[in-house]
Design a protein around this ligand. Structure first.
Ligand code: C6P
Length: 414
């Protein structure tokens, strides 16, 4: 069998695409290690949006004049790019949303309210971001279904041996997990969970907000039923994300938001819904943002998701090695082989907000807090962690600056 070598990514060269990375703070560029919260934006995306706003902007799907047709083509072209990016069978299964959070709420409301009831189980994981936890907890409560979590082990990996016990408690109807944990970087075994969900007759909902920027996504290979992503973590603009859903399910579902654009006919007696994907896209969509999303996908694809994943893997390995040299630091999460470019840690006796504040003075930007994963914080027995996260433009010297900054933290507050 032919072995295809994964091209190595040249982060130093790519950094030149990102205007922010050229800016100086106290004479040096900021070591931006918070890409899991949101990524920086390359010129290619910024230029595509400026060009669209300058020359092709109008509302979409409404006007019959040329400008509106150009805008509509650009918007729908972006949908095709998203569909190809996740290997969707059809672009009609791609719904533009405001972000992953809205995509997950769409499924929880539009599928959950009509399909869940007493005796049913909704299963999420203990690792979940609140965006894939709270909507399901809420809709389970509204419908009388039970809500269960898959626990994690000491390394932060899902304990799949509990699944049989969960299945014995009721009819599992929904399994919703992230592909990559935003706090620990754990890569979850989504194919296995999907197989189990389908054996139970449940739908599988995948939160890929933290995976799609960093590794290839293939909804057909995953076998899932819904998958949510956010452009702003993928070098794209904020304000747009996407939900991919299996066509049969989307066809059966009621709309989520109601109003303009999502209808077929409206009378005082009755309203009927438009075809997919418009049934789920009420009101004026994120037009220029979608165009920027498409440009971000072109940008990531030109680099190669395999190369991005490999680059981040090397950085993560390096970061874990460097942090292991500091015996006053506790790191969380699985071995590097099963984690993405995210490292959560705590400094002995020093609150993450203080750590982050001092690191900021040193020109190192990381996130400190609960990372919208309070159930996970509870499981780890901490109120917060520090989190460094990497992307295609991260270089090892930035990790060295993080370590040097942490030594200063320890000296001044330890
Ligand atoms: N995580 C972080 O710093 P939105 O806000 O909808 O684009 O993304 C929500 C979301 C959903 N799932 C996962 C796994 C996520 O990581 C996020 C966003 C950011 O970790 C902001 S809290």
């Amino acid at each position: 069998m032919a072995v295809t070598a994964i091209a190595k990514l040249d982060a130093e060269r790519l950094r030149a695409d990102f205007p922010y990375l050229e800016e100086l703070q106290n004479g040096v560029p900021v070591a931006f290690l918070d890409s899991a919260a949101s990524s920086q934006k390359p010129r290619q995306v910024l230029d595509a949006m400026t060009d669209f706003y300058s020359h092709s902007y109008a509302n979409v799907h409404r006007g019959v004049y040329r400008l509106a047709e150009r805008a509509t083509d650009a918007y729908e072209g972006a949908r095709v790019k998203v569909a190809e990016f996740v290997n969707a069978p059809s672009e009609r299964e791609v719904i533009f949303t405001r972000q992953a959070t809205e995509a997950l709420n769409l499924v929880a409301y539009a599928w959950g309210l009509d399909n869940l009831g007493p005796g049913d189980l909704v299963v999420v994981s203990e690792l979940e971001h609140h965006s894939n936890f709270v909507p399901w907890q809420y809709i389970a409560g509204r419908t009388g279904a039970e809500f269960r979590t898959i626990p994690i082990d000491e390394a932060g990996e899902l304990q799949l041996e509990v699944l049989a016990g969960i299945a014995a408690e009721g009819q599992v109807k929904v399994v919703a997990t992230g592909l990559v944990s935003n706090t620990l970087g754990t890569v979850n075994p989504v194919e296995k969970l999907t197989a189990w969900a389908h054996e139970q007759g449940a739908i599988m909902v995948v939160d890929a907000a933290q995976a799609a920027p960093h590794r290839p996504i293939d909804v057909q290979a995953l076998g899932c039923d819904f998958l949510a992503i956010s452009a702003h973590k993928m070098c794209g603009p904020s304000g747009v994300g996407a939900l991919w859903g299996r066509r049969e399910l989307l066809e059966q579902m009621s709309p989520f938001n109601l109003g303009g654009h999502m209808i077929r006919t409206v009378t005082a007696v009755e309203t009927t819904w438009g075809q997919l994907p418009y049934k789920f896209e009420a009101g004026t969509g994120p037009i220029a943002e979608a165009v920027g999303f498409g440009a971000a996908i072109d940008y990531l694809s030109s680099i190669g998701l395999d190369a991005i994943e490999r680059h981040e893997h090397e950085l993560t390995e390096y970061a874990l090695t460097r942090l292991a040299e500091l015996d006053w630091i506790e790191t969380y999460g699985p071995p590097v082989a099963r984690r993405a470019g995210i490292v959560s840690f705590n400094v002995d006796g020093i609150h993450p907000h203080d750590v982050c504040q001092i690191l900021d003075w040193e020109g190192v930007a990381i996130r400190g807090g609960h990372h919208c994963t309070q159930p996970l914080m509870h499981r780890l027995g901490v109120i917060a962690t520090n989190r460094a996260s990497f992307y295609l433009y991260t270089v090892p010297e930035e990790i060295d600056r993080l370590v040097a900054g942490l030594e200063k933290v320890k000296k001044s507050l330890g």
